[in-house]
Design a protein around this ligand. Structure first.
Ligand code: AMP
Length: 191
């Protein structure tokens, strides 16, 4: 089974994807984490994307699609995967479908965490306050505003694409972590 977990920055995608990995053995693939690893290792790709990410802009579709295409071939994705932070543009969503079809795979569900943007700002402000020196380079209020704008302009338009395919499963992401997680369980256990 292959899933996408979808929602704006700070909606809790990473937390829920981690729980799905733990409970169902599907591999969490966070493109943000993969890019941060590239930056930390100062690879050619890392150096190329560092400033874009720090400013809250998106990395190019080609780079991202290639990254995921290679990653899902690895052994740990055999049971399936959860895409966390990908796709982020309609072009990425279409390229993903095309690439999966060429490998005889598909997306089974798109789990959407629906959140209130004002509450989200507060949630991220507290994440910034708690993380101190370990704060992500893109966890500042200005960058967050930019990331939310990028989400609304470039990422949210993906939703109608998956809606037409009847794949969307919306969950109120403002609920406690355990409640969101148990709603995800009800979806996955129907299978
Ligand atoms: P995240 O940890 O998912 O919030 O991602 C952090 C940053 O990495 C984003 O703000 C983008 O700059 C970049 N990024 C992550 N995933 C993608 C993607 N699928 N397409 C383009 N840029 C991405």
């Amino acid at each position: 089974m292959n899933l996408i977990i979808f929602g704006p920055p700070g909606a809790g995608k990473g937390t829920q994807a981690g729980l799905i990995e733990l409970n169902y053995g599907l591999k969490q693939l966070s493109t943000g984490d993969m890019l941060r690893t590239e930056i930390a290792s100062e690879s050619e790709l890392g150096l190329k994307v560092k400033d874009l990410i720090a400013a809250g802009h998106l990395v190019s579709d080609d780079i991202m699609v290639d990254m995921i295409a290679h990653r899902i071939e690895q052994e740990d994705c055999k049971k399936g995967f959860i895409l966390d932070g990908f796709p982020r543009t309609v072009a990425q969503a279409k390229a993903l479908d095309h690439m999966l079809a060429s490998k005889g795979k598909k997306i089974d569900h798109v789990i959407v965490l629906v959140v209130d943007e004002t509450a989200l700002m507060k949630r991220i402000q507290s994440r910034i306050a708690q993380s101190g020196e370990n704060a992500r380079a893109d966890d500042t209020e200005d960058v967050l505003k930019n990331r939310l704008q990028v989400y609304n302009e470039q990422t949210a338009p993906i939703l109608p694409y998956y809606d037409l395919k009847n794949l969307l499963y919306k969950i109120d992401g403002m609920q406690p972590i355990e409640v969101v997680s148990s709603e995800i369980d009800s979806l996955l256990e129907q299978r």
